[in-house]
Design a binder for this molecule. Structure first.
Ligand SMILES: NC(=O)c1ccc[n+]([C@@H]2O[C@H](COP(=O)([O-])OP(=O)(O)OC[C@H]3O[C@@H](n4cnc5c(N)ncnc54)[C@H](O)[C@@H]3O)[C@@H](O)[C@H]2O)c1
Length: 401
């Protein structure tokens, strides 16, 4: 059976790698560089081994493509394209629309279309289905389902196989075929009563993380004002065996999910007349953390950072990945620069970012740790400047939240 996966990024390539064991996979992407790289057997995503990709390519089980005709005879099409926010922080479904166009214009028979991209409840029913029908001029009656992706790139303990997967089809047949597809490479499948429940569950999962991170970020500020350790207090609270889940403070949230998905939920809530004030405020608290951190460093330097060299350690949005989307480091750097500091950054996992390269880990006046990759030596961080401020809680001996 041939499966077309539209979008070969974090989600799409990860699915391709697992599906390659059971299906002929066409990884469709509109980025020529990614397609060429994948066809030469090189993975650009942490957690997807190039050797695995090469093994599927060798036996003809995987091919990346930009050509619509290569997906024409697929029997299942999975959508895994970005769902960002527009400039006014509203859901932006233009990538989904483009994927629907690709499907509508190229698929030559009735297929099962599964959406894995994160979006608001009603996306598969009211947006994707009508869009594909429009682009295919109603030629085929496709089946439609949603199975939101829960992959956490860079994570070793949970993967496609052992992460329970939610799903729901628009029809019982769509649900049954979706179950058949994922059951090949996922051990636990949970059917919910409607696609809207699956879509909403995904948004709520990430909103839960967003508001708890905001809460602990606010608490870090309270603990500092009270002169107590936020980490010791959290560890103390975490001794309660029930009713408490530990989150740790940080410079803010990043990636494609936590800073974005809650705004999808807020937007749909507001459209239905429910003011999502709590979700909106949590987003603001997380965004304000970067300023709070810079203000703490400024206060420790008698209010003046003019001309000081600041080295930001870790610009990826989380440890051990090269992903810089929505990274809190960006705001931290911006605020330091607005204080007149001369800012560089060190992150050899990221390497190059925004036209700048990773700087050496030494010789700064001030070092601020935003993300601590496992590969970065704690002692080297401490030796990199006379003043080191750690926002991760992982560098013993540094100042911190
Ligand atoms: N990254 C995560 O950890 C994660 C986890 C769960 C869910 N999601 C969701 O999954 C979706 C995809 O996210 P991602 O992280 O894989 O994004 P990504 O940016 O890593 O990958 C998306 C890929 O889609 C390609 N693309 C864009 N438009 C296209 C089109 N019209 N046709 C073909 N290819 C196209 C891009 O070139 C890119 O390679 C989003 O909705 C995201 O919210 C992401």
């Amino acid at each position: 059976m041939k499966v077309a996966i539209i979008g070969q990024g974090y989600v799409g390539l990860t699915i391709s790698a697992f599906a390659g064991e059971f299906f002929d996979v066409v990884g469709f992407d509109n980025n020529q560089r990614i397609v060429d790289q994948l066809n030469s057997g090189i993975s650009h995503i942490e957690g997807v081994e190039s050797s695995l990709l090469q093994s599927w390519i060798k036996v003809g089980r995987y091919q990346a493509s930009m050509k619509g005709e290569d997906i024409a005879d697929a029997e299942i099409v999975v959508i895994a394209v970005p769902t960002p926010l527009s400039l006014d922080r509203k859901p932006d479904l233009t990538f989904i629309d483009a994927a629907c166009k690709t499907i509508g214009e190229n698929i030559k028979s009735s297929v099962l279309v599964i959406n894995e991209s994160t979006s608001f409840p009603g996306t598969i029913r009211n947006y994707i289905k009508p869009a594909i029908e429009k682009y295919s001029e109603g030629k085929f009656e496709h089946l439609y389902a949603i199975s939101p992706e829960r992959v956490d790139p860079g994570r070793g303990d949970f993967n496609q196989r052992n992460t329970p997967r939610l799903y729901a089809g628009l029809t019982p047949e769509a649900s049954a075929r979706t179950r058949d597809f994922y059951s090949k490479f996922c051990d636990k499948l949970i059917e919910v009563s409607s696609p809207e429940v699956a879509e909403a569950a995904k948004l709520f999962e990430n909103t839960f993380r967003q508001v708890n991170i905001a809460l602990v970020n606010e608490f870090a500020q309270i603990a500092n004002a009270l002169g107590i350790s936020v980490y010791e207090t959290l560890d103390a609270a975490d001794t309660k065996p029930y009713g408490f889940m530990k989150f740790t403070p940080s410079a803010g949230v990043g990636g494609h999910c936590i800073p974005v998905d809650p705004s999808y939920l807020a937007a749909v809530a507001e459209e239905h007349g429910v003011p999502a004030t709590f979700i909106r405020r949590a987003n603001e608290v997380n965004l304000e953390m970067s300023k709070y951190i810079v203000n703490r460093v400024v206060a420790d330097h008698r209010g003046d950072l003019q001309g000081k060299s600041v080295l930001v350690v870790g610009v990826a949005y989380k440890p051990n990945v090269a992903d810089v989307r929505e990274t809190a480091a960006e705001l931290v750097i911006e605020h330091f620069r607005s204080q007149g500091a001369v800012v560089s950054w060190h992150d050899e996992v990221v390497g190059n970012w925004k036209g700048e390269s990773s700087a050496p880990l030494h010789g700064a006046d001030i070092t601020v740790v935003v993300t601590k990759h496992d590969s970065v030596d704690e002692k080297k961080i401490l030796a990199s400047a006379p003043y080191v401020f750690d926002t991760t809680g992982k560098v013993n001996g540094a100042k911190g939240l």
